[in-house]
Design a binder for this molecule. Structure first.
Ligand SMILES: [Fe+2]
Ligand SMILES: [Fe+2]
Length: 239
């Protein structure tokens, strides 16, 4: 089931819209400091370990369009990971004590906490303007997570299935765009996106293995959540 899903997902992501640049970004500072999936980004966020000079790369020269694209990518990824954290927070608030589902939710939530920490580090390191809608994504995420969990375990898993289908596809779109830029810093960002894409797909597989598709009104619920996620991605790339 899990392996069979991947080609479908890849095809779906090819159809998904890539976010368009806004006029903002001239202030973005994508310069020479490298980052990585865990240590550097998280530590940069905590201000504990600046990258050593031996790790510095030449200044990153980007076109205006590339800088706009990167800023939108980083902003939307941070917002998405924030929303994911609050979805799991909401689900855990309702189903955390369930012996079967509770540990699964905790595991996925822990990974989302790590994703958010890394993107918080990247946002601050590269001076990207974060989304102005943080409180909205927190409330919306919690409401979606808790609301679906209140509908039952299957609906909670259907929520994860729908969200991770969109997010996995979104990260795939970004990987294709990042492949067009040849620079060590971008190679590091690609590694982050690739690792997180793989973990989102694991969440998707976990949800399907735990009866997501047995949720009442599965198609309806799934489509509504997917449309909401796509709208949230578009909005948070701009605002
Ligand atoms: Fe995530
Ligand atoms: Fe996830």
């Amino acid at each position: 089931m899990a392996t069979a899903l991947r080609p479908t997902l890849v095809r779906a992501t090819r159809r998904a819209a890539v976010t368009r640049p806004s006029a903002f970004i001239n202030s973005i500072s994508l310069t020479s400091q490298p980052f990585s999936t865990s240590a550097h980004a998280a530590q940069a966020n905590e201000g504990t370990t600046p990258p050593s000079s031996s790790e510095s790369h030449p200044p990153l020269r980007l076109s205006k369009e590339q800088r706009e694209m990167l800023e939108e990518m980083i902003r939307v990824d941070q917002a998405g990971e924030l929303g994911a954290n609050w979805i799991y927070r909401g689900q855990y608030a309702v189903l955390g004590s369930d012996k079967k589902v509770g540990p699964l939710l905790q595991h996925m939530w822990d990974q989302e906490k790590h994703h958010l920490k890394v993107f918080d580090g990247i946002v601050s390191q590269y001076r990207v303007r974060p989304t102005a809608l943080r409180p909205i994504w927190e409330m919306a995420g919690f409401a979606l997570g808790a609301g679906t969990a209140l509908m039952g375990k299957e609906a909670a898993m259907a929520c994860t299935e729908a969200v991770e289908t969109v997010i996995g596809g979104h990260y795939n779109d970004q990987l294709r765009e990042l492949l067009k830029i040849d620079h060590p810093d971008i190679a590091e960002l690609r590694k982050v996106v690739k690792q997180f894409r793989d973990e989102e797909l694991e969440h998707l597989e976990t949800a399907i293995e735990h009866d997501a598709q047995k949720a009442p009104q599965h198609e309806l619920l799934s489509n509504a959540i997917k449309q909401g996620c796509k709208a949230a991605i578009w909005i948070s790339s701009k605002v």
